[in-house]
Design a protein around this ligand. Structure first.
Ligand SMILES: [Zn+2]
Length: 498
């Protein structure tokens, strides 16, 4: 469906003088293939397939070189208006975003009453923005060039009209995806490779563990199906649970799910953070099964969290039985620099050596389970999950610091996902210009062979797999909602039929 009518190359060529101006001119060319109200049928112009020398917009007549490949542009910051305009015009998947939030190809209030919050170029934050269609949203984004777009809930009425409603309490949030936010800054106590906003492939493994545990619980324990994981662009991940029955959950239900998933508790300083009742809840047992292999490789071997004496001292505070911890302390004092894997193995070895007469084997096992969880279990920012009206950054927005796109992560490729390999907006714009056709030639022959007159700009870039995954996710969600609706309508009709 994404291959449908678009302007062909020729009409783009004839429009070059129009597209060279500012956002006004850009919008004037964007109705080329179909108008409003046909979101499912037409592709409007949201992915212009374009020869760069003709469509790269310039914010001023002086900005003569029109190619993003131009050295001057590639050095522009990700939040530069010119970069954002090119990105929103050529790469941002507006129509898929619309369908994702609208749950249907035809505009509904699911989209029209949805709040968007925009951070504008002057750092002004505008809340309660809303749009009837993806085309109108795209037009306004090309005008405003927000550095950040956040998604809020669907309201009882259009959020833009909230002040004109006589009864203010009639303006209420009624639906939103259930969201989870996991951020590596909450892992500073247990990661040794980086801290604060920094991340690397080593500590990213904590995000892999976190998403696997949360994903399994949401699917197996709650029966949710439409769960999308998104890289936040710098140091974390978001989950969007989009099932219809989830979207209408009230705050109380959201809190219940969040509390169910919360295991790591307590402040950021010291202390025991995992206190679980036995026998373990099946969710915790399953999580331990998922996490155990990661604990061996990514925690013990890679992070080596108890290498230095201070951190090893924390490990000892988590173990029961004074004679055992004293024996371990003596052993480790005698061999400075002993690895975390060895120290972990020492616990059982010393316990079995009979160093302690009072040791309770079950208590030790449980303490070790708690330690595995403390060093692997997801650290959730559960405030994000608890409230229907919480705002969360939209997928495909650019992180202003890193320039990376907030891309959805295909869960089947979770283990291989490398946040540092996610393309930056500057790289993507350069890729459009470098693209030489699928056969490697720049005459478009390979394209024509497939009977396609246009390749969309995102297809020419490394954004392609992410947009394709998003499209598949959205189509599956829409199909599910349509099937449910059709089934209900059939049942209704069946009831009338005598
Ligand atoms: Zn790291």
């Amino acid at each position: 469906m994404a291959d449908e009518p678009m302007q062909d190359g020729d009409s783009q060529l004839s429009n070059d003088d129009i597209t060279m101006a500012g956002p006004e001119a850009v919008t004037s060319t964007s109705n080329g293939a179909g108008g409003q109200g046909e979101e499912g049928e037409s592709d409007d112009d949201e992915f212009p397939s374009s020869r760069p020398q003709h469509t790269q917009p310039s914010s001023s007549p002086d900005a003569a070189p029109s190619s993003p490949l131009d050295a001057g542009r590639i050095s522009l910051k990700a939040s530069d208006p010119e970069i954002l305009r090119s990105f929103y015009q050529r790469l941002f998947p507006w129509r898929h975003l619309f369908q994702w939030l609208n749950h249907s190809p035809t505009p509904t209030n699911d989209f029209a009453h949805r709040e968007f919050a925009l951070t504008l170029q002057n750092d002004v934050w505008r809340r309660y923005m809303s749009y009837p269609t993806s085309d109108l949203m795209r037009k306004e984004m090309l005008n405003l060039l927000p550095s950040r777009i956040e998604i809020g809930p669907v309201y009882t009425t259009n959020p833009r009209d909230r002040k004109t409603i006589r009864n203010a309490s009639a303006f209420k949030p009624i639906a939103k995806e259930l969201c989870f936010d996991i951020d590596l800054t909450d892992y500073d106590e247990i990661r040794t490779c980086c801290d604060k906003a920094n991340i690397c492939q080593k500590c990213w493994r904590f995000m892999v563990m976190a998403s696997k545990v949360v994903d399994a619980a949401l699917r197996e324990d709650f029966g949710f199906k439409h769960i999308m994981w998104v890289y936040s662009g710098r140091r974390g991940i978001h989950a969007w649970v989009c099932d219809k029955k989830v979207r209408t959950m009230d705050d109380q239900k959201r809190r219940a799910v969040a509390n169910y998933l919360e295991v790591i508790k307590g402040g950021s300083q010291g202390g025991k953070k995992v206190n679980l009742r036995r026998p373990l809840h099946p969710h915790i047992s399953r999580s331990l099964d998922i996490l155990a292999p990661y604990f061996q490789t990514d925690v013990l071997a890679t992070q080596d969290p108890w290498l230095d004496a201070d951190r090893a001292a924390h490990l000892l505070t988590l173990l029961p039985d004074r004679p055992l911890t004293t024996a371990l302390q003596n052993k480790w004092d005698a061999s400075p620099g002993r690895s975390s894997a060895s120290k972990w193995a020492d616990i059982d070895a010393v316990a079995k050596s009979g160093a302690s007469k009072s040791l309770d084997a079950r208590q030790l096992l449980e303490a070790k389970q708690d330690i595995v969880l403390e060093y692997t279990y997801p650290r959730l920012d559960i405030e994000v999950s608890k409230k229907l009206n919480h705002l969360l950054k939209s997928p495909f927005v650019i992180h202003p610091g890193t320039g990376r796109v907030c891309v959805p992560i295909d869960p089947r490729r979770l283990d291989d996902f490398d946040p540092l390999a996610v393309p930056t907006v500057q790289e993507l714009l350069a890729e459009i210009d470098e693209w030489k056709g699928e056969g490697g030639s720049d005459d478009g022959a390979a394209v024509k062979e497939e009977g396609r007159t246009n390749i969309q700009d995102w297809e020419k870039t490394s954004l392609k797999p992410y947009v394709e995954y998003f499209r598949t996710f959205v189509l599956t969600l829409m199909k599910d909602e349509r099937d449910t609706r059709v089934k209900r309508e059939r049942e209704d009709a069946g009831g009338m039929d005598f």
